[in-house]
Design a protein around this ligand. Structure first.
Ligand code: XMP
Ligand code: MG
Length: 180
């Protein structure tokens, strides 16, 4: 059932599941080569469904943790990133894989990567479900990307508008009258 607030579905649940399978296999191959036990760090709350879909496919040993950072109010990004919840595990000397829902301006990733490196992480990589390259203001790319999306505000599969629609099992574009 498509929510009545959704104008169009961009990415179906089956496509997301298929892509998660491919990404998980790619990540697994890379980390197996490295021979370390990485910490998989989800950025709350948007990464939760994606992270769950990915990590259940990993067969290599890993640890998981979460961080919460905020830079967003409504549909526009503001410069500063605030750490609302830090990791519980230490990242010192560890290989870290950040799990993100979307890379938009790139500011969030830049700040989180900087922070983890400052705390002594040996390596920081990023997997993002979505990438919106047209909006980038900071030169940064995720190491693994699920899907490129056009410059439209998207919701679902973890992504919200004012905390709603995270539960939708697909990625969709909101009807403009919903946020106008
Ligand atoms: P930056 O600009 O720092 O932003 O790369 C990353 C964060 O902004 C949020 N974001 C969105 N959330 N639909 C959303 O629901 C979007 O189209 C969208 N674009 C950016 C998101 O939380 C991401 O972590
Ligand atoms: Mg986010």
């Amino acid at each position: 059932m498509i929510s009545q607030d959704i104008q169009k579905v961009l990415i179906e649940e089956t496509q997301i599941n298929e892509r998660c399978k491919e990404l998980a296999a790619q990540i697994e191959a890379d980390y197996q080569k490295r021979g370390q036990v990485p910490v998989i760090v989800g950025l709350l709350k948007g990464s939760v469904p994606f992270m769950a879909e990915l990590i259940k496919r990993f067969t290599f040993p890993c640890e998981i943790d979460f961080m919460s950072v905020s830079s967003y109010d409504g549909t526009e990004s503001i410069g500063d990133v605030r750490i609302d919840k830090d990791m519980d595990l230490s990242c010192k000397g560890r290989e870290v894989l950040i799990v993100e829902d979307i890379v938009d301006t790139g500011r969030t990733l830049r700040e989180v990567k900087k922070l983890l490196k400052r705390k002594g992480a040996a390596d920081v990589k990023v997997v993002s479900l979505l990438d919106k390259p047209e909006r980038r203001v900071v030169e940064i790319e995720a190491d693994y990307i699920g899907f490129r999306v056009p410059d439209e505000f998207v919701v679902g599969y973890g992504l919200d508008y004012n905390q709603k629609y995270r539960n939708l099992p697909y990625i969709g574009v909101l009807k403009p009258e919903v946020y106008r």
